[in-house]
Design a protein around this ligand. Structure first.
Ligand code: XBP
Ligand code: MG
Length: 248
């Protein structure tokens, strides 16, 4: 079966964004006068909960009822709004760039007519900020579908965001390949019936990737340098072909 579309996750996959998300959460806490700080180790644990608002709710819940402010129902919304603004500023200042190989893949896919889409947990504003900063003003138009954030009822590991992306592309799961970095992302894509390539990220390095079509540390690993191997896009086509053949 021919590969018709590549569906990319954003956080951890297209770019190593999580340190900027973490910095933005911490800035929002400081701005609100809260004595909270998420260090790398705590953030690694908190990442098991996908979605910034959901992560905040989970963290506040874990503090217990005695903590000040936590009874305020608008706390999560206002912290997340501030966090999103801080993240946008960081990204527009160039704090985040695309991971190795993705710009090449995007160019190859566009020139060879393979459709590109995004299925992510983060908000649309964050995706747009990243694509503009990394690929210029036309960055967003590289992706035919951008399915983001709160457009679905259940975030990853639920398949909802992938099912929405497939519906918008009007494609069957078997004609697509997902590119993800995390266990939750893999579960979401697989539950939607999509073969999945894992490009491990800083925070997901030790996740369980059973069920992935392949696991690499960087996209360029897919094409051996000597002798000249396939292009990244051709390597993805081969991977997709093999994965769909194996699944019957
Ligand atoms: C990424 C996330 C995101 C970001 C925060 O998950 O969980 O929530 O950490 O973004 P995935 P928001 O890569 O699996 O899509 O604060 O905008 O939700
Ligand atoms: Mg991710």
């Amino acid at each position: 079966m021919e590969l018709e579309a590549i569906i990319c996750d954003v956080d951890g996959t297209l770019a190593e964004t999580e340190e900027s998300h973490r910095a933005a959460f911490n800035q929002a806490f400081r701005d609100a006068g809260l004595p909270w700080h998420w260090d790398k180790s705590l953030y690694g644990e908190l990442l098991k909960v996908t979605g910034g608002k959901e992560r905040l709710r989970h963290f506040i819940g874990s503090l217990g009822i005695k903590t000040v402010n936590t009874a305020d129902p608008s706390l999560v919304a206002s912290l997340h709004e501030r966090k999103t603004a801080c993240y946008g500023e960081l990204v527009s200042r160039g704090a985040v760039s695309l991971r190795s190989g993705f710009e090449t893949l995007i160019r190859q896919a566009r020139s060879e007519g393979v459709r590109l889409a995004i299925a992510t947990t983060t908000g649309l504003a964050n995706v747009q900020a990243l694509l503009r900063s990394a690929l210029g003003t036309e960055g967003c138009s590289c992706f035919e579908v951008i399915a983001a954030g709160d457009t679905v009822a259940h975030k990853k590991p639920a398949p909802d965001i992938y099912l929405r992306t497939l519906a918008q592309l009007r494609l069957a799961p078997r004609s697509c390949l997902a590119v993800e970095d995390s266990h939750n992302g893999l579960r979401a894509a697989r539950a939607a019936g999509i073969a999945t390539l894992i490009v491990r990220s800083t925070y997901s390095r030790f996740d369980d990737f059973a069920g992935a079509a392949r696991v690499v540390d960087e996209l360029d690993e897919l094409c051996a340098a000597e002798p000249p191997g396939p292009s990244i896009l051709d390597a993805l086509r081969l991977l997709h072909q093999r994965a769909t053949r194996e699944s019957g």
